[in-house]
Design a binder for this molecule. Structure first.
Ligand SMILES: [Zn+2]
Ligand SMILES: [Zn+2]
Length: 268
C-alpha cells in the first residue's frame, strides 16, 4: 500500500455526464457538497472509482426541471463511499436542509459501496439487506421523505426503492414470488410474524396459505420471498440465501411510486 501516490485520484462524480467533484487519496475522510440545477427532466448521478468501475444512479423519476439537487458525497477513512441528495426548490443549501427537516422536500440515498483501495470485497454485499448495505442504521429511524437508489448486484442497473418502517406501521410485509411487489398485513392478525422475533413455522404456514395471490402478476406471497430487481428479476434482498436476516430486516420496501397491496383477514 505504501506505493500509493498520495495525490492519487480515487473517485469522480458526475451528474448527467458533467463532472461535479473529484476526490484524492490525500484528503480522506472527505465530504463534498455540490448543487446542480436539473434540466431536461434528467437526473443521472454517476460515480467512477479508480479502477474505472461505474456506479450509475438514475433518479429522473424524482425531478422536474428547475429543481436543484444538493449532493453530499463522502468518503470515509475505510474507503466507504456514501452519497445522498436533497431535491429542492431553492439553490440555497441551508434553506433546503430546513425544508427537508420539515418534510417539505425529499431526500435520496444512493447505494453506498467501498472503493477498491479498501479491504472490503463487493461480493460480500450480494443479496444482503438494507442495513448491511448501509441504507438504514439500527437504532436510527430513516425519515419517511427519504428513498433509496439501489444498484442490482447482477444487472448493475439502478432502481428506486421506498422503504417503510414495518414495526412503526404495525404491519408485516411479504414480497411477491415473481416481481418486486409488496403485500402488507396488519401485525394484529393471528400468526403474523412479529418484527425481530423468531417465527413459528406452523403459524406462518397457516397464514401463508390464506394470503391472496398478487393482484398484479398472480405470483405468491411468502415471508421468505426475496425482494427482486425490477429489471432482471434476480434477488436483491435475498432472503432465500440469507433467511436469518429476515426477522431483523424491519424496513419493508416497494418500488418507488408503486402501490402496496394490503390484506385483511375476513372475519370467519
Ligand atoms: Zn406480483
Ligand atoms: Zn437486476
Amino acid at each position: 500500500m505504501f506505493f500509493l501516490k498520495k495525490n492519487k485520484e480515487i473517485l469522480r462524480a458526475f451528474v448527467n455526464d458533467g463532472l461535479i467533484e473529484t476526490f484524492y487519496l490525500k484528503n480522506l475522510p472527505s465530504e463534498k457538497l455540490s448543487a446542480v440545477k436539473i434540466r431536461n427532466h434528467s437526473a443521472v448521478f454517476k460515480l467512477i472509482d479508480s479502477s474505472g468501475l461505474e456506479y450509475e444512479y438514475d433518479f429522473s423519476d424524482s425531478v422536474t426541471d428547475s429543481r436543484y439537487v444538493h449532493f453530499s458525497i463522502r468518503i470515509q477513512d475505510n474507503f466507504a463511499v456514501q452519497a445522498d441528495c436533497l431535491i429542492s426548490t431553492t439553490s440555497h443549501a441551508g434553506d433546503s436542509a430546513k425544508l427537508y427537516r420539515e418534510h417539505k422536500i425529499s431526500g435520496i440515498r444512493f447505494q453506498p459501496f467501498f472503493l477498491p483501495e479498501g479491504k472490503v470485497k463487493p461480493e460480500e454485499f450480494i443479496g444482503k439487506g438494507l442495513f448491511e448495505r448501509g441504507f438504514h442504521f439500527p437504532g436510527r429511524v430513516t425519515p419517511g421523505n427519504v428513498s433509496c437508489i439501489c444498484i442490482c448486484d447482477y444487472c448493475r442497473k439502478s432502481f428506486h426503492l421506498q422503504s417503510f418502517h414495518a414495526g412503526f406501521s404495525d404491519v408485516q410485509y411479504f414480497y411477491c414470488s415473481d416481481y418486486p411487489h409488496t403485500l402488507v398485513v396488519s401485525s394484529y392478525i393471528k400468526d403474523v410474524p412479529a418484527q425481530l422475533s423468531e417465527t413459528d413455522p406452523d403459524g406462518l404456514n397457516r397464514l401463508e396459505s390464506k394470503l391472496p395471490r398478487c393482484s398484479i402478476c398472480n405470483g405468491t406471497f411468502h415471508y421468505l420471498n426475496s425482494f427482486l430487481c425490477p429489471l432482471c428479476k434476480k434477488p436483491y434482498i435475498d432472503f432465500r440465501k440469507y433467511p436469518r436476516n429476515r426477522k431483523n430486516e424491519y424496513y419493508g420496501n416497494h418500488i418507488f411510486g408503486e402501490k402496496i397491496q394490503r390484506w385483511d383477514e375476513k372475519p370467519s
